[in-house]
Design a protein around this ligand. Structure first.
Ligand code: NAP
Length: 284
């Protein structure tokens, strides 16, 4: 039985760890706030008190933490305990600079590094239906396959380590734009004296529709924002998109406007709500 250490059992890490258990992995989980990892103990995981304890005896380490600084802090804290050709599957969304930095950190720690952020939110994570954006050495593919099969329904190998994080930013730029576009269309409908449901009803099933728009749009109209993708993390990703575009010399004026909406929602206190709460910034 392969032993995997899961570092970070938040909205995404918890169901990913549960699916690894169901797939027959021996899971050693750690979370900074221990209560969030505790449900895994009932399902047969070892819940460790520290990251160092979690990686003991684990052939694979999977990180699912909020951002690049958190991943760096946790991985540097492991120090010499690592090495021995362990596999490091880095699934958090960290952006391009951290994804590249972690290649060096992995080399220094003797780890095989696979940069593999995921597409999909809470429900796909629970269903083991994430899309894995894997990048790293070809020799790592076989070792990664059982992990990716447990957490996802589809794996794309997209290039050398760091390519996965690049694709993730492209995808998140798109979904964050879609969400703000939905908020703005619904607000415009209401401002023009229409029932905003008409927007969602009219596009439903046609070429302009997207499951994402229906889901986030319904949440906006219901005014219910239980976090599936917390708005604070959407802000983090919008900033990462802006930084990556600037570093590449690529104008991204729409991404900048979209980012401003999430920043405003954060400033208005909606950071812990789902990203769909960006709709709140349109209320007049
Ligand atoms: P989350 O529920 O907020 O979990 C974040 C995790 O990071 C928690 O385990 C948290 O620990 C930990 N953490 C934060 N700062 C830390 C630090 N300095 N040291 C140690 N641990 C720290 O977020 P999530 O939705 O699971 O997201 C995890 C990652 O997946 C993020 O990079 C996110 O962008 C990405 N992602 C999310 C989604 C989504 O829809 N939710 C989809 C795809 C990718 P505590 O519990 O102690 O706070």
């Amino acid at each position: 039985m392969t032993t995997i250490a899961v570092l970070g059992t938040g909205i995404m890490g918890l169901p990913m760890a549960a699916n690894l258990l169901d797939a027959g992995f021996s899971v050693r989980a750690w979370n900074r706030t221990p209560a969030r990892a505790r449900p895994l103990a009932d399902r047969g995981a070892v819940v460790a008190a520290t990251p160092s304890e979690a990686v003991l005896g684990a052939e694979t380490v999977l990180t699912m933490l909020s951002d690049g600084p958190a991943v760096r802090e946790v991985m540097l804290g492991l120090g010499a305990e690592l090495g021995g050709g362990r596999l490091w599957i880095q699934a958090s969304t960290v952006g391009t600079a951290y994804a590249d930095e972690f290649a060096g950190l992995a080399a220094a720690q003797g780890l095989t590094y696979v940069d593999s952020p995921v597409l999909g939110t809470r429900q796909p994570a629970e269903q083991g239906a994430l899309v894995v954006l894997a990048s790293g050495p070809d020799q790592a593919r076989e070792r990664c396959a059982p992990v990716f099969d447990a957490i996802g329904s589809r794996t794309l190998w997209v290039g050398p380590a760091g390519a996965g994080s690049r694709l993730k930013l492209v995808l998140n730029s798109w979904l964050e734009t879609l969400t703000v576009g939905t908020a703005e269309a619904l607000s415009l409908a209401a401002a023009l004296g229409l029932d905003p449901h008409l927007f969602l009803d009219t596009i439903r099933g046609g070429g302009l529709d997207a499951g994402y728009v229906q889901g986030k749009g319904a949440a906006m109209l219901a005014g219910e924002f239980p976090p599936s993708f917390p708005l604070s993390l959407a802000v983090k990703d919008a900033r990462l998109v802006g930084e990556a575009a600037a570093a590449a010399g690529q104008p991204a004026p729409l991404a900048a406007a979209v980012r401003a909406r999430y920043e405003q929602a954060l400033a208005e206190g909606h950071g812990a709500a789902d990203m769909a709460a960006v709709y709140r910034t349109y209320r007049n």
